[in-house]
Design a protein around this ligand. Structure first.
Ligand SMILES: Nc1ncnc2c1ncn2[C@@H]1O[C@H](COP(=O)(O)OP(=O)(O)OP(=O)(O)O)[C@@H](O)[C@H]1O
Ligand SMILES: [Mg+2]
Length: 667
């Protein structure tokens, strides 16, 4: 009778005794477990995978102590059955005592649930795929971070069937102190803990962490408060950029062990899309900023170039007036004040040329140890006592190839900014160390290779993000008028870029600022480190040589002619290349060609010099330029405008002496 009933029931049924022996089974059970000859006589242990046997025995012992009708296998970890061929499959079992007499027997109804689990997984995966596709689309079209994260936590929570999600992102604006930004809704107590907790190493880890049971493990503080809110399991998935964590997705579930493989995989995909979006936006912002600086630089450079011609005329005529003899007051004072104004103008145009990357640079090999030692000495003399200065060089700090005085002036600029940011005192730390940039070079818009990283860090007032974003712009200043003209950082940037390096700044309001300069190591730039600098010697005496001056700006030409005549030279002049070639043809006595690089229409000064030299190989050549962006490849000496009479005299004498030391070099 029972046997007949057994076979009528569609579920697999097994009757088991106290000793775990199978007394009877129906055809469904025999087929499901792979025993065509019937299960009777087998042990329950035969139907369990090896690693489940011990657990099952313990369960059974406790069940035998208090038998009742009970389902098994509906929890988070499905029970597993084992077929005769060894294959394993998920089951649900309903167990009930059959005979409460001394010979206890139990009836187990066993159901193969692999089909329904697969179905559940399929539905869950479809939800995950929809989420990933949605975030992927947003990452392509979103214009701002806010747009992409709006509603994202809710969507993640829905797709994963969980209760709370927090997306935190940070930018590495200060090493070790990333500001956290709460970008998503979250239970209040957890949200408020989140900002501080972003510094927890586990939240900054670059690997995903899953907490299956928050009560059993030691999660970070943020998740401990999650447990008291009723959450039982959690997953932390980092958003990272170049192996550095810039944020984290925190997912919390009220169920134990919620985050298995599929859910974690989905969270990782979302995190990667989000990180890729953040990276793209940063790259775009940097590019736009660099282009803006480039455009302003070009404009400024053009103005500075014209300005230099004006200053050459002003300062030249002043010097010529002074040559007339000594003047009595008030004329002497007027001249003095004019000279002062011209000097200021020269200093200003030099800055403008630096920021537009058109400054004449005289690079040489610089040992960072010497550089920092002399800088430290200058600073300890000039800074207030309440500012502690530390300048140190790490053992690995390669020599660089750069213009020494310009580099010192750039570093002083940074130090003065730091001083201004610490009105109540603080610490100024300058460090130099070597760094080899491989793939990371692209992010800094540099060539891969070895660099010296010089960092100037202060503990001052720091900058708000909107100030930081504009700090490199020429004429951007937050200082009161008269205290700063906003050219410090832009000249530093222009100089470092012209030297083949990069500037990166990080700052946090209330905490301080760090400016990093990356300068190519000398090894990467070996070669003409032996350039001599233009030096001013005693007034040279002309020996009556004939010179040809070519300059398209008539006022500048007049000054040059007057200077040269006052030095004792016989001077011929021309306003363009044709005029110059005509002079060279008819006057063999011309021993030196002094020519402006930019000559307006027709041949440039450089082309004229090359042509003239082909015709007259013994001819000396001295070039002059308001900025020497076009001079980098020339072999001839270049005198920067505006030049003093003395500078011109020295440069010409050097040419005649056959020395090529006056060449100003541009990188
Ligand atoms: N170390 C720093 N800490 C805080 N803010 C800074 C720091 N360095 C620069 N800044 C901000 O950036 C702005 C621009 O700096 P920059 O050096 O270009 O010009 P400036 O110092 O204002 O004037 P200048 O350097 O021409 O005298 C400053 O006005 C200041 O707001
Ligand atoms: Mg400054």
């Amino acid at each position: 009778m029972i046997g007949h009933l057994f076979d009528l029931i569609p579920d697999a049924l097994v009757l088991v005794d106290d000793a775990r022996r199978i007394l009877q089974s129906n055809a469904q059970a025999d087929a499901m477990l792979g025993y065509p000859g019937g299960l009777a006589g087998a042990s329950v242990d035969d139907l369990l995978p090896d690693d489940a046997r011990k657990r099952h025995r313990e369960h059974r012992a406790s069940y035998a102590a208090a038998p009742r009708v009970r389902p098994m296998g509906a929890g988070f970890q499905p029970l597993l059955g084992c077929r005769r061929d060894g294959s394993v499959f998920p089951v649900e079992i309903a167990l009930s005592p059959v005979d409460p007499s001394s010979q206890r027997r139990y009836l187990a109804s066993v159901r193969d649930i692999s089909g329904s689990i697969r179905e559940r997984q399929r539905v869950a995966r479809a939800r995950h795929d929809r989420l990933v596709a949605h975030v992927g689309e947003l990452a392509l079209i979103a214009r701002s971070e806010a747009e992409i994260v709006a509603g994202l936590p809710e969507k993640i929570a829905e797709a994963l069937g969980i209760e709370a999600v927090l997306v935190l992102s940070s930018w590495p604006t200060m090493p070790g102190h990333p500001p956290a930004r709460r970008v998503a809704a979250f239970p209040e107590t957890i949200g408020s803990a989140a900002t501080a907790d972003l510094f927890d190493p586990i939240l900054l880890s670059t690997t995903t962490t899953v907490f299956g049971d928050l009560a059993a493990e030691t999660p970070p503080k943020l998740l401990r408060s999650g447990w008291s809110e009723g959450f039982r399991s959690a997953a932390l998935v980092p958003l990272f950029e170049w192996n550095q964590t810039v944020g984290v997705i925190v997912a919390l579930s009220a169920r134990l062990h919620h985050f298995e493989h599929d859910a974690v995989h989905c969270l990782k995909s979302v995190a990667n899309l989000l990180a890729a979006f953040l990276q793209r936006r940063q790259a775009e912002e940097r590019l736009a900023h660099a282009q803006q600086l480039e455009a302003v630089g070009q404009l400024t450079g053009g103005v500075a170039h014209d300005f230099n011609n004006l200053l050459t005329v002003l300062s030249g005529n002043l010097q010529l007036i002074e040559l007339q003899g000594s003047f009595a007051p008030p004329m002497a004072e007027l001249l003095d004040s004019m000279r002062h104004a011209v000097d200021n103008g020269v200093a200003l145009t030099a800055k403008l040329l630096t920021l537009s990357r058109r400054q004449s640079l005289s690079p040489r090999v610089i040992d960072p140890r010497n550089l920092l030692a002399s800088l430290g000495a200058v600073l300890s003399r000039t800074l207030r006592e309440n500012i502690r200065v530390g300048a140190s060089c790490l053992p690995y700090a390669p020599a660089i190839f750069a213009d020494g005085p310009q580099l010192e002036s750039a570093l002083l600029n940074l130090c003065f900014n730091a001083r201004d940011a610490m009105p109540r005192g603080g610490r100024l730390t300058i460090t130099a160390c070597g760094i080899v940039l491989g793939a990371a070079a692209a992010r800094l818009e540099l060539e891969p290779g070895e660099y010296l990283q010089v960092s100037v860090q202060d503990t001052g007032v720091g900058m708000a993000p909107e100030v930081l974003a504009r700090a490199l712009e020429p004429f951007f200043t937050t200082k009161e008028s008269g205290r700063g003209n906003g050219l410090g950082l832009s000249t530093v940037y222009g100089f470092v870029r012209q030297s083949g390096g990069q500037v990166r700044m990080s700052s946090r309001l209330g905490y301080g600022t760090c400016v990093d300069l990356y300068l190519p190591s000398a090894a990467a730039d070996a070669g003409d480190g032996q350039q001599a600098r233009l030096t001013v010697g005693p007034a040279p005496v002309a020996a009556g040589e004939t010179l040809l001056v070519v300059e398209d700006d008539t006022a500048v030409l007049a000054v040059a002619v007057a200077f040269l005549e006052s030095l004792g030279y016989v001077v011929r002049s021309a306003a363009d290349a044709d005029g110059a070639l005509a002079w060279l043809k008819k006057e063999p006595a011309i021993a030196l060609l002094f020519v402006d690089v930019a000559l307006g229409p027709g041949l440039s000064g450089i082309e004229l010099a090359a042509l003239a030299r082909r015709r007259r190989p013994d001819l000396c050549v001295l070039l002059t330029s308001g900025h020497d962006a076009s001079v980098g490849t020339m072999d001839d000496a270049v005198l920067s405008k505006p030049y003093r009479r003395q500078d011109l005299a020295d440069a010409i004498r050097r040419q005649f002496d056959g020395r090529a030391g006056a060449r100003r070099h541009r990188r």
